[in-house]
Design a protein around this ligand. Structure first.
Ligand code: GLP
Length: 241
């Protein structure tokens, strides 16, 4: 794992975005693994600037979101479908037909998960996966005790995750209890993984993920076994390393 400690969120965004810019210039049809949450917003802002300046063309790139809630409408502003389209597809002028989000509205959720794995495979695999980290160490929605070999599947959200994400909803009881998420095995298949985090509230999870034992109770620790994983964080998130 390569650890990069930055001065602020803007620097995290610049360094992580430069990896994507280099990749897409080299391979315009690259598949990018997209994450929601506040952590990657600086990356998307940097990429949007590059697109606006005509320095980056994302129109042929593929996108695969990490996860989605089960049981909320696609049009709900907090569905990850909406978030990814609002924050990423529109701002980066990506082709919506090339951007995929697991289908949390499917009648058969298990088939939807299998179809998602297949779509990733058909695109030739993910070239670069962006991930944030939950305060309990989850990546995507792979909550503690997720198996390191897991694939895209239905998961129950941990109480901590529902509480953390309640800020995006009117009340805690509106936060879905189930989700679909790429598995840890799916994430590990990406050719490169970039984890971004900022703030003191991520410091324990970062220390455990980077320096603790590789263990299912700390899902992000799986990345210690990835050949090309980069952790790009600010001083506060690095404060317990
Ligand atoms: C959600 C997402 C994760 C994300 C996490 C952290 O739970 N499913 O992919 O990493 O939030 O969010 P934030 O970056 O806002 O702290």
């Amino acid at each position: 794992m390569e650890i990069v400690i930055c001065e602020d969120a803007a620097e995290i965004g610049r360094i992580a975005a430069s990896k994507i810019i280099d990749l897409v210039r080299r391979k315009p049809t690259a598949a990018i693994g997209l994450a929601t949450g506040s952590s990657p917003l600086g990356i998307y802002a940097e990429l949007a600037h590059a697109v606006a300046r005509g320095e980056l063309d994302m129109s042929r790139a593929h996108g695969f979101a990490l996860d989605e809630y089960v049981g909320i409408e696609l049009e709900h502003p907090q569905s990850y479908y909406s978030v990814i389209h609002r924050e990423v597809v529109e701002r980066l002028s990506m082709d919506p037909a090339r951007v995929h989000v697991p289908d949390g509205r499917a009648a058969d959720l298990h088939s939807a998960c299998d179809a998602y794995e297949e779509a990733i495979e058909q695109a030739g695999g993910v070239d670069l996966q962006i991930v944030g980290i939950g305060s309990n160490g989850h990546i995507g929605f792979n909550e503690p005790t997720s198996s390191f070999g897991s694939r895209t599947r239905v998961k129950a959200l941990a109480p901590q995750t529902r509480a953390d994400n309640a800020r995006f909803f009117d009340s805690l009881d509106q936060v879905p209890t189930l989700c679909l998420t790429q598995g840890l095995g799916t994430i590990m298949d990406a050719r490169e993984v970039v984890l971004v985090a900022q703030g003191e509230h991520k410091a324990d999870a970062i220390a455990a993920a980077v320096e603790g034992p590789m263990a299912a109770v700390m899902p992000a620790s799986v990345l210690q076994g990835h050949r090309y994983a980069t952790v790009i964080i600010d001083e506060a998130a690095a404060s317990k390393l």
